[in-house]
Design a protein around this ligand. Sequence first.
Ligand code: BGC
Length: 690
Amino acid sequence: MSEDEKFAWLSGPMAIPLGNTRKPEGAVGSAAFYPAIPRLGLPALQQADASLGVSNLGNVRPGDHATGLPSSLLLGATFNPELAFASGSVVGVEARSKGFNVQLAGGANLIRDPRGGRNFEYIAEDPLLTGVLAGQSVAGIQAQQVVSTVKHFAVNAQETGRVMASSNLSEAALRESDLLAFQIAIETGAPGAVMPGYNLVNGEYACENAFLLNQVLKQEWGYPGWVMSDWGATHSTVKAALAGLDVQSGANLDDADYFGNLLRQAVRDATVPQARIDDMVTRIVRSLIAVGVLDKPVASPVPIDYSQHKLVAQRQAEEGVVLLRNAGGQLPLAQGLRRLLVIGAHADHGVLCGGGSSAVTPIGSLSLPGTDIMGMQVDKIYQPSSIVQALREESGAQQVDFLDGTDPALAVAHARIADAVILCAQEWRSEALDAHGLGLPDEQDALIERVAAANANTIVVLQTGGPVLMPWLEKVAAVLAAWYPGSGGGPAIAGVLFGRVNPSGRLPVTFPASESQLPRPEQTDPRTTTSNPGTPRIGEILPIDYDIEGADVGYRWYAREKFTPLFPFGFGLSYTDFRVSDASVVKGPGFTVTAQVENTGAVAGACTVQVYVGKTGTDGFAKRLAGFKKVFLKPGERAQAEILLEPRILARFDDGAFKIGAGDYQVWVANHAQDEALEVGLQVGEALSL
Ligand code: BGC
């Protein structure tokens, strides 16, 4: 590559019209474009968002649509690596068919705050579940010979002040939590690129953080791919280049063209060696080769089988909807009810989807005003999968009525004469926008209370970007957490309500009983800081102390503090019963837990066996998910589950390495993070260095 060719790949603007930026010639139109180098057989890099389908930011490709996969949190709730791969494949096929060869997917941040605005783009509060599923999703995308990123490296846990926030966390805790999630995701999926986020980590911007990029990622983990900044997240030339950043993305949002002329100048001044430039482009070309982009160049447009993809989205949703309450076994509802009433959340039109760069707009989406990100209007999108229509098809009810919920008195009047009420509650979250508090917005709690008082058979279907409080919980018959369920969301929800689908989702995040249980109950006022790149900075760097919980994120924190949450991590009900018994730990190479699982109920279903490990003593820890397995069983069927534990979960990071300490461990084979009914011991005779 000539120097001009190299530099053309090291810095680029967004490939959509924004302010003074135009869509470059040859660009499909998306987050980024880097020109082809035909004489070397190198294709243009066409980069699109994100994990939940191919987004069409700012409608840059007028009328282009895509399949909307369920939110990553829903994927987390499936506890099913195969579904992660399958949904990644859908994204990969559609990306390729639209002319993209790099997908900005693989959200692998840990959910450290249940109010985080982008939690719907992340999988879980747990590093093992996050790492395995994010890695499988990346592998699914890359199996289509489209490069995927993992992002946002690392500890990008809140949106308020995301370009000003410094995630402060001591090294051992970082290694045992957020970095471990990325490490497992990278080992599992071998992503072609890594995207550091907007935030700072321990006082250094992630995109110029030599510890994160050079030391951990590239040297210790031997990561061979390229590191691209988040859009408008680069802050320097020499510092960033020497810290391990390879590409400045979304350069039009930065204060300067750091990896353009300034980087050329730095090479001339010998403050950045030529070898570093060569390394940057070598990493890009290497990943293109490794993922097969050069073997099978994208040729677009190719017709897409949207119907089939919608079915993949539906199957995923069917495994990720979590049944949280089913008082008196009200669900599944009986076929052929006289009158079914559906209220709220535009359920006659579709299902809610999270906002921002990852939002996907399938054909026929309903777009309502949302928020403003970097001068772009970000809509609140309802993907066209009507819950009402699906209920009409699935329920056999004589009458299915819909009310939008804006008139509580009308809702109550109709609820009184209905056989059952499906109350759809919603909470929209978006990139750049954390939830304020954990309550449902827009007085939906009051509506639920009133409707539940009018009809004892009120079922709440939650579509949220994460946990919410449920002051009305005891008063309703049943609750489903449907997250943002994607293009097949309507039939998935209807299928669970009427029993075609036996719910098998398990919570990938703890639902707190109150905000006072959180490590940081207070929230920063978004007006006092800056949450978007490319906009004037308000205030100072915002330090966030993650050492409060350290590596004890989510359920680990609840175990440590002995808090009882509203619903624990891993929890979810089924229409059948399972008996898990005869658990033991087999030491072999590594540690394997075996247990018998039996479906003792009347319908087929899936049991997610979860193995948690705890240890007392100075090198101890409260409780950690060390392995899991989803087992599908017919009524009366038994199976042996074998679960190989992830050794780093049993270890502490100490003096540069993971070490499993000698001593006694507690091992729980459990239904959720607070279930300690089935315990087996594990003794480790001699300390092990990993
Ligand atoms: C987001 C990234 C995204 C990029 C490109 C940024 O605002 O943080 O996740 O990939 O935009 O659209």
